[in-house]
Design a binder for this molecule. Structure first.
Ligand code: ADP
Ligand code: MG
Length: 243
């Protein structure tokens, strides 16, 4: 496996990431839906697959070789908004739409851009979610700490590249997902369950982790992972296998 440094994500690599995210969502559709069946309405996996299918359809309709990074992220937001209902559509849709503005017209995304893109997306999610904060047991429980950590790494280390950054971010994001298990949900459908939302892994936090890790896997030349083992009671992620 190549260990060369990656300082920028060009548009074609970004499109490969998006295509791989679709594959990852398909591979984890049942798992994500199981997580949502436990504390929601059993559609999260279905939503994510349908959403990223539409994203790839929109990207393929425009000449992918002519797209810039901003437009690719904008089409991602549009696709998700168009076909995903409920909470996740507007949340992820606005995440990508707002994120796209940070790299409008750019052919590539630098490491610094990447942190800015995630930060803009996080801000949108918090707003669309109605003031979601860390601890509410949502995707923000992964996004916010990840943004903070990415910014910290970039500010402290000169010339950090994508691989080095993501090598730290990916396991950290997974920890953040596991940290949602004991929490009582304060936002979204799961919050209707009150105390009963405790001891379950949040589906949206899990899909956010999978998206972040697919950037890493793609840069390493692989597609992504399937969660192949989990705890039946809590949904706790136990084992991942490469696709
Ligand atoms: P729905 O809840 O409409 O069925 P999904 O099942 O696709 O939508 O997505 C549920 C996920 O969305 C949750 O697991 C949570 O991570 C995220 N979520 C729900 N409400 C909010 C919110 N207000 N702010 C941030 N994230 C939220
Ligand atoms: Mg749902």
């Amino acid at each position: 496996m190549s260990t060369s440094k990656v300082y920028a994500l060009d548009t074609s690599t970004l499109i490969t990431v998006l295509r791989n995210i679709l594959e990852v969502m398909k591979a984890n559709e049942k798992y994500l839906t199981k997580l949502d069946a436990d504390i929601g309405d059993a559609d999260h996996g279905i939503n994510m697959v349908r959403g990223f299918q539409k994203v790839m359809e929109l990207i393929n309709k425009e000449n992918p070789s002519k797209l810039d990074a901003g437009r690719a992220l904008q089409l991602t937001g549009m696709g998700l908004l168009q076909v995903v209902g409920g909470a996740a559509g507007p949340l992820y849709g606005m995440f990508f739409l707002e994120a796209s503005k940070k790299v409008q017209g750019k052919k590539e995304i630098t490491v610094k851009d990447f942190a800015d893109v995630l930060e803009a997306g996080l801000k949108a999610v918090k707003m669309v979610g109605g003031g979601t904060v860390v601890g509410d047991k949502t995707m923000v429980d992964v996004l916010e700490p990840v943004v903070a950590k990415a910014k910290e790494i970039i500010s402290k280390r000169d010339n950090v590249d994508f691989i080095e950054l993501l090598e730290e971010i990916v396991p950290f994001a997974k920890e953040c997902v596991l940290n949602t298990i004991p929490l009582q949900a304060r936002k979204g459908r799961a919050s209707y369950l009150g105390e009963r939302s405790k001891n379950h892994q949040d589906p949206g936090a899990t899909s956010t982790y999978l998206i972040i890790r697919t950037f890493y896997d793609t840069l390493k030349g692989t597609t992504g992972v399937k969660i192949s083992e989990y705890d039946q009671a809590t949904g706790k992620l136990l084992k991942e296998e490469p696709l």
